[in-house]
Design a protein around this ligand. Structure first.
Ligand SMILES: Nc1nc2c(c(=O)[nH]1)N[C@H]1C(S)=C(S)[C@@H](COP(=O)(O)O)O[C@H]1N2
Ligand SMILES: [Mo]
Length: 172
């Protein structure tokens, strides 16, 4: 897709929709799981947003399609305030739970009217457009609840733990 750079640390993991599974594991070790079809059955939103990468590019007015994290967390009981997102291939990124709620984060499957390509995180990625794009974990496979904030991949490699593009929170 023109004007949309690919930024991946490492190889693109091959993940098929029929083998993709998403899970949320709580601090008590309870795990909820959704298959591709179960995830779609939660209800799909159309989203128009801008994305911002730490390396100074933005892509404005993108159309995405995905399931709101509000729908997922409606089915999860947790008292933790922090989340570690995990991807197929091993990438991780940490996000406070409240940043993922209130219609601000999705499990996204489509961008600009097409299924996400593998290099952009297909079949599914996290989409948290109000934070820097490294929080939008490609090939997302699940979230783990954490009682204390811990750094993910980029957060322990020099980027801000929070990642708000409007506050210029780029580095530790
Ligand atoms: N699994 C995974 N997700 C990832 C990354 C990665 O290396 N692996 N890079 C992050 C970074 S730094 C950015 S800017 C965006 C880039 O997404 P794009 O390649 O679709 O533009 O994905 C984020 N999500
Ligand atoms: Mo990035």
């Amino acid at each position: 897709m023109s004007g949309w750079p690919v930024l991946t640390a490492g190889p693109t993991p091959p993940v098929q929709p029929d083998e993709w599974e998403f899970s949320v594991e709580t601090e008590k070790g309870q795990t909820s799981r959704w298959s591709w079809d179960e995830m779609h059955a939660l209800g799909v939103d159309d989203i128009e947003i801008d994305i911002h990468c730490v390396t100074h590019w933005s892509r404005l007015g993108m159309n995405w399609r995905g399931v709101s994290l509000d729908k997922i967390f409606a089915q999860v009981t947790t008292s933790s305030d922090y989340v570690m997102a995990h991807s197929y291939g091993g990438y991780t990124t940490n996000i406070p739970l409240d940043e993922l709620l209130d219609g601000r984060a999705w499990i996204a499957f489509e961008a600009d009217g097409r299924p996400l390509t593998a290099e952009h995180g297909g079949p599914a990625r996290l989409l948290v457009p109000h934070l820097y794009f490294w929080k939008s974990a490609k090939w997302v496979r699940g979230l783990r609840m954490m009682e204390r904030e811990q750094p993910g991949f980029w957060e322990s490699n020099g980027y801000s733990i929070h990642g708000d593009p409007w506050k210029e929170e780029r580095y530790w």
